[in-house]
Write a protein that binds this ligand. Sequence first.
Ligand code: ADP
Ligand code: MG
Length: 372
Amino acid sequence: MGNLKLTSVTKSFGALTVLHDIDLTIDNGKFVVFVGPSGCGKSTLLRIIAGLEDISGGGIEIGGRDVVHLSPAERKIAMVFQSYALYPHMSVRKNLAFGLENLKFKRSEIDARIAEAARMLALEPYLDRKPRQLSGGQRQRVAIGRSIVRNPDIFLFDEPLSNLDAALRVQTRAEITRLHRQLKTTMIYVTHDQVEAMTMADEIVVLNGGRIEQVGTPLELFDKPRNLFVAGFLGSPRMNILKGKVVAVGETGVTVDVGYGVPLQARIDPAAVAAGQAVLLGIRPAHFAVGGEGLPFVVQYHESLGTETYVYGTFEGSEEQVIVHQAGHFAPERGALLRIMPQPGRMHVFDPDSGLALPRAIEERSAAHEHA
Ligand SMILES: Nc1ncnc2c1ncn2[C@@H]1O[C@H](COP(=O)(O)OP(=O)(O)O)[C@@H](O)[C@H]1O
Ligand SMILES: [Mg+2]
């Protein structure tokens, strides 16, 4: 047991480097989610941790022990894949037993572990069935069961719910979370589904192009993305980005002109910017107040989801689409002009060159902390 520590891990396939200098520590017992776009290196990183793939450089320690040259079994790691890869000709019981029999476990120990895993995953009624006699969700529970009986120090999951339909995904998601609460074993879970990431993780690691963009709790990443990539990746629909220019620097923030004759107040550290500087403002769809004074927003269309409505449109005279969220029913006509105002304190400000978030004003930082 113990912490998992990756130090400057790199991985290349021939001339192609797919992981660059990954530094990451995962505390024992945590549920950590790797997210990022397809091809960013999530599976490769997981396979490297498992010992299924060699590293090209750097180090891996588990509980202070160098594991670089150890096999997956020696690392005490079990992995669950998207495809369940069950043995079709074996019963569920036999599928669960198989790995332990190969490791020459005693029959009584095997039976006890299968009984425990079957109880946890509600698989008792299906132990004598073949995989083809199970639903997709039940098959995936067997695959998870196969990793549980091995009693690993770390569980790795690579998009385990991708093959399930929407309702089963929600249910199995809750089951895995419950399993983690019961077992209190470190779990590393790969997904490109941000709802899974937000709802399951103690900590999220955002990957992009083989690099770590940010590590933090779901709400830390949502409330304080450190750059444009993280800001755009988490949150659905995505954050609106407006081009602007700092026109005045005050004591507790700055005034930004985004056009349309409506100056906006952003609470960032005044020491971090100069008047005249170009910035990008990030505003999530839910963080506009509709009505009163505000930016002139022309409605294109809306999507009513029953409990909430997304309104799509543009600022008057602009081409770029902006998305506004409203709770409940709201049905503005196409072409209607609305006034929308970003909520003070919920605006994110980025440097257009580096893409980095500019530091918040001091009181904002502590307020955001209380909020989280
Ligand atoms: N065995 C391999 N040989 C060559 N390239 C690979 C191999 N495995 C993965 N890659 C490449 O590494 C990159 C990361 O892949 P992967 O880790 O599977 O991404 P993700 O799981 O985030 O979608 C991709 O560009 C992929 O094509
Ligand atoms: Mg993958």
